[in-house]
Design a protein around this ligand. Sequence first.
Ligand code: COD
Ligand code: ATP
Length: 266
Amino acid sequence: MLFLGLTGSIATGKSTVSSLLSRPPYSLSVIDADLIARQVVKPGTAGYNAIVRHFGSTTPDLLLPEDGSKGRPLNRPALGRRVFGQGEEREKDRKVLNSIVHPAVGKEMYKQMVWAYLKGHWAVVLDIPLLFESGWEKYCGTILVVGVTDPAIQMKRLRERDPHLSEEDARNRVMSQGDVREKAQRCLKRGPGRGVVVWNDSDKDHLKKEIDRVMQEIRQGSPRWWSTLLWLCPPLAALSGLLSWYRMRKVQLAWAEEEKKEKAKL
Ligand SMILES: CC(C)(COP(=O)(O)OP(=O)(O)OC[C@H]1O[C@@H](n2cnc3c(N)ncnc32)[C@H](O)[C@@H]1O)[C@@H](O)C(=O)NCCC(=O)NCCS
Ligand SMILES: Nc1ncnc2c1ncn2[C@@H]1O[C@H](COP(=O)(O)OP(=O)(O)OP(=O)(O)O)[C@@H](O)[C@H]1O
């Protein structure tokens, strides 16, 4: 089974692409890290308790009024204002929040990946906004980056979709993520069929055509008969997974090395 990583930057179109992939002719299952990240911080969970413990005393509007669930839900825009943006304090807070949420998300994702394999899918989409930042890239046989080259289009779409965000909130969110052009470069370093990039500056029809194009390329590199064989023979699946992991880890390490050299030059 192919783990198809889907990433990009905020409001570049990941959810739009994952919805295209989940419908015919692809009908792929999608494991959505954002959705899981919401589930693992619901009132009553260990994640929720840790967030309230750390951020509660310094964020007066952290909790919303009671809504009949196990406790007062998190006020996500308020928490977002604490962690998105630049500056030492925000970066520190973001790290703390990530260290609470990411391990819980990872655990749930592993479970869902095993389940998808058992169900015999030829591929499963791992929709992970912070795919490169979290190091999950090595688990993906192929990565699809969806990007927007013009930051003004990105901001416009973000503000139209989330009208509750002020211009500053929106800008802070965009700046909290790595440059999508760098993610695209990093993706292409994986080689043909293992890293594909779709630019989504134009309309949704164009996006659909681009998805059809890259899916053809991905299907050629990972045909259905191969997934069936892996499903029928779990030791072969484990071996193939390990090999892919090893190859992609090498690409990841080479990128980190290059980045270190670039920084040293400055
Ligand atoms: C700060 C929170 C509460 C804000 O919630 P809100 O509902 O307003 O935004 P939402 O979760 O829909 O995120 C919107 C987008 O922001 C980006 N984003 C989310 N978390 C982060 C982060 N830690 N760093 C950079 N970008 C992020 C993603 O592109 C995401 O799709 C929330 O984003 C959060 O809990 N983030 C930490 C967990 C995380 O990293 N999630 C991303 C997938 S694992
Ligand atoms: N090609 C397009 N033309 C016009 N609008 C688009 C296009 N692609 C996406 N959108 C719109 O832009 C907004 C952001 O897209 P989407 O929610 O898919 O991004 P995302 O990358 O999943 O965002 P996030 O990182 O916040 O989860 C949505 O309202 C979506 O309908």
